[in-house]
Write a protein that binds this ligand. Structure first.
Ligand SMILES: [Zn+2]
Length: 283
């Protein structure tokens, strides 16, 4: 777990680069990291995740301009996500390492989308246009993605073959993207302006392609709760009327991936209540 935490910190450091460069249409590989204030290249010993931020006290060594607290926070967040995914997928469910890796990549894509969306109100096409076809291909190569008993990812009751997994992924893309698309159409009819961007449609399409349609539906209903929790103080304090929705979809996805066992328990509970009510009425 410690190894995956360190790995998460290093990957998080790379995600910081992606968050800054992808929407600005710059290469994420070269040149190496540099200070956005004075363009001085950052030496490796000043580029150690979290630690360098603390040692430099949040300032560039050359020009002393402030380094955003966002950098170490994203590194820590990625570290936390990797450890938690490892715990859920490998330690408690004994799933294959490839499934754990695919979910790690999905979470990285969500972290990039979230912080780009928060800053610039866009979800980069570079993420979703690669993400959606990749989800379909990965489902074909690793059918285990849609074949996990006792989770919301079991597509059918019998063993899922490659074609089933591909269909499951396609259902996920259509369900995830479709629900948001429907909302954006209804929102436009009701408020006569765009309430939800097409970026959100593509983002949920990508998520659906990996998690399948069942978990997509759960995410769709969980996201507005996070949205409300955040939107009310933002609207009251800052009087800003445009709030990106992508971060709430991403947050809901993360929570649903990591805590889906609880959601299954809840749903079983409701199913039982309905069964009791239903049979009660008939007896
Ligand atoms: Zn500088």
């Amino acid at each position: 777990m410690f190894i995956f935490f360190i790995l998460g910190l290093i990957v998080g450091s790379f995600l910081n680069v992606c968050i800054y460069r992808i929407p600005r249409k710059k290469s994420v590989v070269s040149p190496g990291s540099f200070c956005p204030g004075c363009s001085t290249p950052i030496r490796w010993y000043n580029n150690i995740p979290v630690l360098s931020y603390i040692l430099l006290r949040g300032r560039c060594q050359t020009c002393k301009s402030r380094i955003s607290i966002r950098y170490p926070l994203i590194e820590l967040l990625t570290g936390y996500v990797f450890v938690h995914l490892y715990y859920v997928f490998i330690q408690s469910r004994h799933e294959s390492f490839s499934i754990f890796l695919i979910y790690s990549v999905l979470c990285c894509a969500l972290i990039i989308s979230t912080f780009v969306d928060l800053e610039l109100l866009i979800i980069p096409n570079e993420i979703t246009f690669i993400g959606i076809p990749l989800a379909l291909v990965l489902s074909l190569v690793f059918p285990g993605l849609h074949n996990a008993p006792h989770t919301l990812r079991n597509f059918s009751l019998i063993n899922v073959n490659r074609l089933d997994a591909f269909v499951a992924s396609l259902f996920g893309v259509l369900a995830g993207g479709g629900m948001i698309f429907l909302c954006s159409i209804l929102g436009k009819l009701a408020f006569r302006k765009d309430v939800m961007g097409f970026g959100d449609v593509k983002l949920m399409g990508m998520v659906g392609g990996i998690v399948g349609w069942k978990l997509s539906v759960v995410i769709f209903f969980v996201a507005p709760f996070f949205g409300l929790l955040m939107a009310v103080p933002v609207l009251v304090l800052k009087k800003k009327h445009l709030i990106p929705y992508g971060p709430f979809l991403s947050l809901a996805t993360l929570v649903c991936i990591l805590k889906q066992d609880y959601f299954i328990e809840f749903m079983n509970m409701y199913a039982q209540i309905f069964t009791i009510l239903f049979t009660g009425f008939h007896s």
